[in-house]
Ligand binder design. Structure first.
Ligand code: GTP
Ligand code: MG
Length: 557
């Protein structure tokens, strides 16, 4: 703002004021989103985006030492944050965040660009420097990112807990996204956004789903949606070899869906051919929500790209809000999501199973409907929103309050362990056949149709059932596994060191999440004479087959 060379345009765009500055000397557009939102969700996202815009991702070649990279970077600007990681064997990467982006501009100006491969210039660089101190160079010393903790390590940590509630806290801290993983997601998103802007100048790319909703695990996929910001019918097109242009497309002018499909189609080719480290690109454009899947090699992230999907970001905000209302929400949701994945109840591939989003809402609904509710209904939360919270997406009211301090703390005093047991009991006794679950009202309602075995109302578009895909078989599977979990939780010794009986392994949620091979052969000596061991072996004999994998289809709600 101090520079006289900048023209400023203030554009009001909820939930931020976007300040666009055009430099009169260079004509270059500088953008800065100033968050005026009181919502922690949006403030976090804005802070992460800001960090990412001041960061570079660097591949360290050969024996180049980290020290020489750091030295090089600090000679160009003040480094605010720095870490290295390893994805594949013998490959090391560093993320360097500068205090201001001036340092990056200098580095990019001086960077050598091999023009031959046609890759876009970006803040993703390779660095070959001195190998000073190279005897220390080893990928085994670098932290691993975007990979889940191994079973063995997890069980060891769970075994030393003091109670099942304590275990649930440990599970959450071992599975959740850590700071470097969140940083990497925002950096990759900003790198891809910059690349896309070369052929779609006004577009922006947003992260949503478990990367931002506070329920993300280290290995979770990266969901992004593209805001095209182009006039109706204007889509990027591939012209010739490595050449792209913005063109007018008749069918895209008539339908948003056709525009999304055409844009995603071209962006998929662009990713494949022009954006470094984006590979295994697949186009799923006929799905209800057209998407492009790809893998970002340097970070190991599986990415899902959709177009104009702002409502999904509001869904992420809603989950985030519920996670902030009570400290028991996250441990319980992490456990149920992990347990469901362990038993094949949730699955990444589309099909007749439940995805993590509706499953999380089932847990939220359960917490809303305790005799003493743990979290309030969405309807109640909406009543606390003020005018500045108003948000309408594609004609749908998606208002969520930003200030949660007005929400009274819950009077419910149950432990997370008690709630977990009650959740399994809820799953076995709830009348799914005639009742619908509504997070909006926090009450069960009559089922609008008898055709879907499970009816979970979409919180924003209440006429839609989010569990339309779920088959009768899967619902029965959920109920059976819940029944087994309940049986196990009643076994003496389940509650571990604090209980009267002898300590046995695995106990508590370690037993609920025991690898299937322990159940099958029961050879682990620790299990040999224990009651839980007997139960596990007994259950494995009765264990139902996993849900019938009929023709997979995409959820369409
Ligand atoms: P992960 O399984 O850890 O990736 O969790 P996630 O919350 O990111 O779920 P997923 O990647 O399957 O979906 C990403 C987002 O898409 C969710 O946060 C929702 O906004 C949306 N979504 C996913 N499944 C459904 C669904 O069944 N119905 C609706 N309406 N939206 C969904
Ligand atoms: Mg996801």
């Amino acid at each position: 703002e101090k520079s006289q060379n900048f023209l400023r345009f203030h554009v009001f765009k909820r939930p931020f004021y976007t300040v666009k500055c055009y430099c009169t000397d260079t004509g270059k557009l500088h953008k800065s989103d100033k968050s005026l939102s009181k919502s922690l969700f949006w403030q976090n996202i804005q802070a992460r985006k800001d960090e990412a815009s001041r960061s570079i991702l660097v591949r360290l070649s050969g024996k180049t030492s980290e020290e020489s990279l750091l030295q090089y970077c600090t000679s160009h600007g003040k480094v605010q944050h720095y870490f290295t990681y390893s994805q594949q064997q013998h490959e090391r990467y560093a993320l360097v965040e500068f205090k201001t982006s001036d340092g990056i501009d200098l580095i990019l100006d001086r960077a050598y660009t091999p023009n031959s491969n046609g890759h876009v210039q970006s803040r993703f660089l390779s660095f070959s420097g001195s190998s000073q101190g190279s005897d220390k160079v080893s990928t085994s010393q670098c932290q691993q990112v975007n990979k889940d903790i191994g079973f063995a390590e997890l069980y060891k940590d769970l075994a030393v807990a003091e109670s099942v509630s304590d275990q649930l806290g440990i599970l959450t801290s071992k599975l959740e996204l850590r700071d470097p993983e969140t940083r990497l997601r925002f950096v990759v998103c900003s790198l891809i956004e910059e690349a896309f802007q070369q052929i779609l100048p006004d577009c922006s790319l947003h992260l949503f789903g478990s990367s931002v909703n506070s329920f993300g695990r280290r290995s979770c996929d990266m969901d992004m949606f593209l805001e095209r910001n182009t006039a109706q019918g204007v889509v990027p097109k591939k012209k010739g070899k490595g050449q792209y242009k913005l063109g007018y497309d008749g069918p895209s002018a008539e339908s948003e869906r056709a525009a999304a499909q055409a844009t995603l189609f071209t962006l998929a080719s662009f990713l494949e051919k022009q954006v470094p480290h984006c590979m295994s690109v697949s186009r799923i454009l006929q799905a209800k929500c057209p998407l492009v899947k790809f893998r970002h090699y340097a970070t190991g992230l599986s990415c899902d790209l959709t177009a104009d999907n702002s409502i999904a970001l509001k869904s992420s905000e809603l989950l985030y809000v519920f996670s902030q209302l009570d400290p028991r929400v996250r441990p319980l949701v992490f456990m149920i999501r992990h347990w469901a994945r362990h038993h094949g109840i949730t699955n990444r591939a589309p099909g007749y199973w439940i995805t993590n989003f509706p499953l999380t809402l089932v847990v939220v609904f359960f917490l809303q409907t305790r005799p003493q509710p743990v979290v309030p209904s969405f309807e109640y939360l909406r009543s606390l929103a003020d005018e500045s919270d108003t948000s309408v997406v594609d004609g749908t009211d998606c208002t969520i309050p930003g200030d949660l301090s007005k929400v009274e703390p819950s009077q419910n005093t149950q432990t997370t362990a008690e709630l977990l047991q009650e959740f399994f009991s809820f799953c076995t006794t709830f009348d799914f056949e005639s009742s619908s679950l509504s997070v909006r009202t926090g009450q069960l309602g009559p089922k609008p149709d008898r055709f879907s075995p499970l009816h979970m109302e979409n919180p924003f578009q209440t006429q839609l059932n989010m569990c339309k895909n779920v088959s009768e078989g899967l619902l029965k599977e959920i109920q059976k596994h819940s029944q087994y979990a309940l049986q196990m939780m009643d076994v003496p010794g389940f509650h571990g060191p604090g209980s009267e009986s002898e300590v046995i392994h695995p106990w508590g949620i370690g037993a609920l999440l025991a690898p299937l091979k322990i159940r099958r052969n029961g050879k682990r000596s620790a299990l040999a004479n224990s009651n839980i061991g007997d139960v596990l072996r007994g259950l494995s004999r009765k264990s139902p087959k996993t849900a019938t994998k009929k023709q997979p289809r995409h959820n369409s709600n």
